[in-house]
Design a binder for this molecule. Structure first.
Ligand SMILES: Nc1ncnc2c1ncn2[C@@H]1O[C@H](COP(=O)(O)OP(=O)(O)OP(=O)(O)O)[C@@H](O)[C@H]1O
Ligand SMILES: [Mg+2]
Length: 192
């Protein structure tokens, strides 16, 4: 029987994955793998998408590497990244936490990072349309996927919520947010 012991932390860029994963890893003493960092380190890249300003990751190769890393470790292990649900073999996943943040707040975070307008638009749209949630459920099945909304919360509060979900003292929630139904979305779409 395969052991489900990988904790996936996913969500669009800037939502707080590395911050939350790093603190949980420290608190629980679990190892943590950053997907982008691992892809770079292992050269699991197919090239550069110049227009989208990102590296093109070799997903099948990265999945193999992650399976190897997991089998070489004991106990729970955290894998965090934008599309982390696509690079962890689904039969190894014990929890997949999709971090969410209101698109209008996310937009400011990505602006501060100096991202291009196009890259901001793409990621804000993905958040608006629940893309990480839908993709995580597609890749892993609904049973393992939970969401946490980081909007207006401190990193510490999000870490507490994530720890609660992992240990079962907090409910695993899906369909948590409704950005499209929020009045702020109108301003966002009108470019205000
Ligand atoms: N509730 C929250 N949870 C996590 N991070 C938060 C929260 N509120 C604000 N932040 C801040 O948001 C920023 C998120 O950055 P972080 O690098 O962790 O995001 P990321 O999802 O790993 O991005 P990337 O995909 O680009 O690696 C940090 O500065 C963090 O302190
Ligand atoms: Mg990160």
């Amino acid at each position: 029987m395969t052991e489900r012991r990988v904790i996936v932390i996913a969500g669009v860029p800037g939502v707080g994955k590395s911050t939350v994963a790093g603190t949980i890893a420290e608190r629980l003493g679990y190892p943590v793998i950053g997907v982008s960092e691992l892809a770079l380190k292992e050269g699991a890249l197919l090239g550069r998408d110049v227009e989208r300003e990102t590296d093109i990751v070799d997903l099948p190769r990265l999945k193999e590497i992650i399976a190897e890393v997991v089998s070489a470790t004991e106990g729970p292990i955290i894998v965090e990244g934008h599309f982390a649900y696509d690079v962890v073999p689904s039969n190894l996943v014990s929890h997949a936490l999709v971090l969410r943040r209101a698109p209008w707040v996310l937009k400011e975070e990505l602006r501060e990072r100096g991202y291009s307008d196009e890259k901001i638009r793409e990621n804000v749209e993905a958040e608006l349309l629940d893309v990480p949630l839908v993709e995580a459920i597609e890749a892993l099945g609904p049973d393992w996927v939970c969401e946490a909304d980081t909007t207006g919360r401190t990193p510490e509060e999000t870490v507490e919520e994530a720890l609660g979900i992992l240990e079962g003292s907090m409910p695993c929630r899906r369909k948590l947010v409704d950005w499209l139904g929020s009045p702020e979305t109108r301003g966002l779409l009108e470019g205000r």
